[in-house]
Design a protein around this ligand. Structure first.
Ligand code: AMP
Ligand code: GLY
Length: 423
């Protein structure tokens, strides 16, 4: 079959890498893709949010399935767009409709969903411009640190952790008067959790689900998890502290109630669900849903999935996931992200990348790159994801880090300590 993958990051490179290995995959198109995805298929330079252009491509290339990488086309309703169009309605879209994507698109909605279905999550209250005074008063009674979250999509920047009342009140005012644009029309004030974070993923057809390998991502720019938050500096899978007992608890208290909650609320969901979790003591709590895979988690998750990914997607589209047995490699994956100097602040693009052929024991997934006259250049903050799959976590971390050092571009930076806190 012909498949179209939407997106352009490291996550999409890992999805394209895995899909291109499928016996079911005749032609793979990636829109827009990046400097590395053309190895797995054909890049087409259209935006995933330009639905009419996606439609033209799908009809022209006789696409049989569309896989959506990032959240914004889903939140904007690309699946609904397909269903509403006679010429597209029969083509499966892997990724939820708007009614499901809102689990990520609105934090207020997702907190209400969790509360309604008894899913363990930190306590919270939501406020708008109209209820600002109540919000300010609520903060006076709150413990610190406190977490302020813009309700809508804010490109990963809409979460603030604040440790005193005056600043929290000031930020609440700023958020409700447009600091994050429309995303901050509603602000969720949430209890701060102390624990350790991990990401759990399922693929669901709305009735059944398969649990994919869990992962942990490293968000801070600096060694030892210090400094500013980024889109993610690396990841590991499996996660040693997520043992069988803990993962069984995640399934019982979070995954099953979520799938059942979707059914009860008549939200027909097909695609990935990303559970952003904290391990608090021995217990899992959820802080967020995403309606897509994580980045850079996907780069560590995909190499551990032994099933044919396209067959998993076909089973999802045909609502036959209950017949599928997921097979996970016991090996350890580690991903080290190479970023541009200055990231997550201002950084330069267009740096020529060398040394990609020197990599020995890893797969390099391109993120922010482009190919210009055969030369690979940097084209974003997060540039390359270097993933190694080895027998032990130590070996995986060592080889991913060693291979990251073999790649060069002006200003390049990577963390050398990804996952070492878990050893
Ligand atoms: P998000 O944008 O929702 O992924 O949140 C960004 C980061 O903020 C998370 O990865 C957590 O590290 C942190 N965070 C979010 N909610 C909480 C919370 N309730 N308690 C502690 N940290 C949180
Ligand atoms: N790695 C976190 C995310 O993809 O949102």
């Amino acid at each position: 079959m012909n498949i179209l993958l939407l997106g352009s990051g490291g996550r999409e490179s890992a999805l394209a890498w895995k899909m291109s290995q499928s016996v079911q995959c005749e032609q793979l198109f990636i829109a827009p893709g990046n400097g590395g995805t053309s190895v797995y298929g054909k890049n087409v330079n259209i935006s995933p949010n330009n639905f009419p252009a996606v439609k033209d491509l799908v009809l022209k290339e006789k696409i049989d399935m569309v896989v959506v990488g990032p959240e914004d086309p889903l939140v904007n309703g690309i699946h609904d767009f397909f269903l509403a169009d006679e010429s597209l309605a029969a083509i499966p879209v892997i990724g939820p409709k708007k009614e499901g994507a809102i689990l990520e698109g609105s934090k207020d909605f997702s907190k209400q969903f969790m509360a309604r279905h008894g899913i363990p999550t930190p306590g919270s209250k939501s406020f708008t411009k109209e209820s600002l005074e109540n919000g300010l008063a609520y903060l006076e009674t709150h413990s610190f640190p406190v977490v302020l979250k813009a309700d809508g999509l804010a490109a990963g920047k809409g979460v603030l952790i604040i440790d005193n009342l005056a600043e929290a009140q000031e930020e609440l005012k700023l958020m409700l008067s447009g600091k994050f644009g429309d995303a901050g029309t509603t602000v969720v004030i949430e209890e701060f959790l102390t624990g350790i974070e991990l990401s759990v993923f399922v693929l669901t057809d709305g009735e059944n689900y398969v649990i994919l390998p869990e992962a942990k991502d490293y968000k801070r720019i600096g060694q030892g998890d210090t400094g500013l938050n980024t889109g993610g500096m690396g990841s590991v899978s499996p996660v040693p502290f997520a043992d069988e007992k803990f993962l069984a608890e995640v399934e019982k208290t979070i995954i099953i109630p979520t799938i059942n909650g979707l059914k009860k609320d008549k939200i027909d969901y097909t695609g990935f669900i990303f559970f952003g979790l904290f391990k608090v003591g021995d217990q899992p709590m959820i802080i967020e849903y995403n309606c897509r895979m994580g980045d850079p988690e996907t780069e560590s998750v995909m190499p551990r999935i032994e099933n044919d990914l396209v067959e998993l997607f076909q089973a999802t589209a045909q609502r036959k996931l209950k017949d599928v047995k997921i097979r996970i490699s016991p090996k350890n994956a580690a991903t080290v992200m190479i970023v541009a100097g200055g990231y997550p602040g201002a950084y330069e693009k267009g740096k020529s990348i060398s040394g990609l052929d020197n990599v020995r024991q890893s797969t390099v997934f391109h993120a922010g790159t482009l190919s210009e006259g055969g030369i690979i250049k940097s084209n974003g903050g997060r540039v390359l994801a270097v993933t190694s799959l080895q027998d032990s976590q130590f070996e995986a971390l060592q080889s991913a880090t060693a291979d990251a050092a073999r790649i060069y571009f002006d200003g390049k930076y990577f963390r050398e300590d990804i996952g070492f806190d878990l050893m």
